[in-house]
Design a protein. Structure first.
Length: 320
């Protein structure tokens, strides 16, 4: 199945456990799916209908809810309005994060704390968010397959949770535009060091235009000898619904899980797919260094915390 420009223009309303990430998908009803993979952070998928999938993290860490919120903001900035979050056991606090808090709001209102009141309400007002439980954690591919009924027969987007993006134009929107232009699925890529390629999926590509390539093959976590290129898929996808039938029959791959890469490999060999070397900074919050980088960079932009943090970092740097 290919996607025409007309179809996309009609339907598009642009929208951790260990190394599983968070997903997001775009379609006419933006959904966000949150899934728990082995006690840490998770994936998110968004659909080109207004459908998004977001994955949440450890409910004990407020940071993970804020990271999930960043993905919702990226989806909303791309036009997505409705989000489906696929959750797992113990993720209720994530659901509460995107709900109203009447008692707290009443106290803040009575105290005249309008700025704090606005912040409390902001998450709940970002989008229409729905939840579905994923009772088994069988890999990223399985998490996306769980959204089949919700997505329906339209293209959708996926945003993985470990990957927080910082870009002038939302990375999801960059992929949507490429998918629309070429009538294709799209994956977000950037160059990584050869010694790091074994942590990602490597793609076999040919140039189409500046920063856009056609994709003919890919492999999951290859060795340097097995990699197709230094371009790695980094947590953002726009896919056609053909992927669901593929994921339904694909056999467990790396790690004994249903790997999204295995499904994407078949998809790119049977229909058109492009890779977008997206513009923007990507933070891998699945590791401590990336987590700290993202925390500091976003905090520096905070109107209240930024000036203080800037001074604190200068003071600390002078002591090193």
């Amino acid at each position: 199945m290919t996607v025409s420009v007309a179809e996309l223009k009609t339907h598009l309303r642009i929208q951790h456990d260990e190394e599983d990430g968070l997903l997001e998908s775009l379609l006419k009803q933006a959904q966000a799916a949150a899934m728990a993979q082995r006690q840490a952070m998770q994936p998110v998928s968004a659909s080109i209908r207004r459908v998004d999938f977001l994955l949440g993290g450890d409910p004990g860490l407020q940071y993970n809810n804020k990271a999930l919120e960043k993905r919702v903001e990226e989806a909303v900035a791309a036009g997505i309005e409705e989000i489906l979050i696929i959750t797992g056991r113990g993720k209720g606090i994530m659901e509460d994060h995107f709900d109203r808090a009447p008692e707290l709001e009443e106290r803040l209102s009575r105290a005249g704390k309008e700025r704090e009141l606005s912040e409390v309400r902001r998450a709940a007002d970002l989008a229409n968010i729905f939840y579905v439980r994923q009772k088994e954690t069988k890999g990223l591919g399985h998490a996306i397959w769980r959204a089949k009924r919700f997505v329906g027969d339209e293209p959708f987007a996926v945003l993985l949770g470990d990957d927080i993006m910082r870009a002038k134009k939302p990375v999801t929107l960059q992929l949507v535009e490429a998918a629309e232009k070429y009538g294709a699925s799209a994956v977000g890529v950037q160059r990584v060091a050869t010694e790091a390629i074994s942590r990602y999926s490597s793609v076999k590509i040919a140039p189409l235009e500046e920063r856009v390539f056609s994709v003919s093959d890919m492999n999951e976590k290859p060795s340097p000898e097995q990699m197709f290129s230094n371009y790695a898929i980094l947590g953002r996808y726009v896919l056609t619904p053909d992927i669901f039938d593929i994921l339904e029959r694909v056999k467990p791959g790396y790690g004994g899980e249903i790997q999204l890469t295995d499904g994407l490999r078949e998809l790119c060999q049977n229909s058109r797919m492009v890779a977008v070397d997206f513009e923007g900074r990507r933070y891998d919050t699945g590791n401590l260094n990336g987590f700290l980088e993202a925390t500091i960079d976003f905090a520096l932009d905070h109107p209240a915390a930024g000036p203080w943090l800037r001074g604190f970092l200068k003071e600390k740097a002078a002591q090193l």
